[in-house]
Write a protein that binds this ligand. Structure first.
Ligand SMILES: [Zn+2]
Length: 267
């Protein structure tokens, strides 16, 4: 896209305002505010257009507000996924700029590029781009059942979901899928199919989602990662992630395959 640089607001600018610091976004009344820079007393602040949303400019301001700074997670409930994605871009760029004021090679001060989303060293000319960490998420089916697990971090809210993990250096996505599943559950899988992706800015992941079929093995959980894992018939599911998450989409896709199995046999 056409990158525009940061500049001082005159007050006449209009659009959606993504004000972010520390991985949080300003969400007064739970919404991304829209209007003129003057309406919010933003005159004189540094801002950067980071895209468009609903036909208006999306502005990033890297600072904290005195109230209503929130995780962007509630925006997932919005039916429009693109708002969540834009908010993720804002939060991640803000953190990227904040953590790249100095060069990791030579220690000199850096500046924000005028042509790309990157930071440039004024001394050694090194370029730094925002970090995006690829990760995999995979739903595994055995006949009319789906493998669901309760992660250590969901021990309190009792949420069951599919398996996920980060891709390691030098690994393909498919290798990461097989490795993560085996590490967490000791299950071997086959027929790995790519479904889609979702930016997951907590803090900077990009999730690639897969469906897979059970091949062999008994479930044995990695207790550092999981509290519980089991095969669930598609009509008797525990509490699962909300709509809007790619985990939910994978589960829904698998339910369809489970139902087809019950109606038509092997699929
Ligand atoms: Zn440098």
């Amino acid at each position: 896209m056409n990158i525009q640089q940061q500049f001082k607001l005159t007050g006449n600018e209009k659009g959606y305002w993504f004000v972010s610091k520390n991985g949080r976004l300003w969400l007064p009344n739970g919404e991304v505010p829209v209007g003129g820079a003057n309406d919010f007393c933003f005159n004189g602040l540094l801002a950067q257009p980071i895209g468009e949303w609903q036909g208006q400019t999306a502005w990033l301001i890297c600072q904290e507000m005195s109230h209503s700074m929130s995780s962007i997670r509630p925006l997932l409930d919005n039916s429009d996924q693109s708002l969540f994605n834009m908010a993720g871009r804002a939060v991640q760029l803000s953190e990227f700029y904040r953590s790249h004021k100095f060069c990791g090679y030579c220690g000199h001060e850096m500046y924000i590029s005028k042509t790309e989303w990157c930071c440039l060293c004024s001394n050694c000319k090194e370029r730094y781009y925002p970090q995006i960490s690829p990760s995999i998420i995979v739903a595994i089916r055995d006949k009319n059942k789906i493998l669901l697990a309760k992660h250590v971090r969901h021990n309190q809210d009792n949420l069951y979901t599919v398996l996920a993990g980060f891709t390691e250096v030098g690994e393909t996505m498919e290798m990461a899928v097989e490795r993560e599943v085996f590490e967490e559950s000791q299950i071997k899988i086959k027929n790995i199919r790519y479904v889609g992706s979702q930016p997951w800015p907590f803090p900077n992941s990009l999730m690639m989602a897969y469906l897979a079929d059970y091949e062999s093995g008994e479930i044995t959980i990695d207790k550092n990662e999981l509290v519980d894992a089991a095969w669930y018939h598609y009509t008797e599911l525990p509490k699962i992630p909300e709509y809007g998450t790619i985990a939910r989409r994978l589960i829904e896709d698998t339910i369809v395959l489970c139902r087809e199995y019950d109606e038509f046999g092997e699929n």
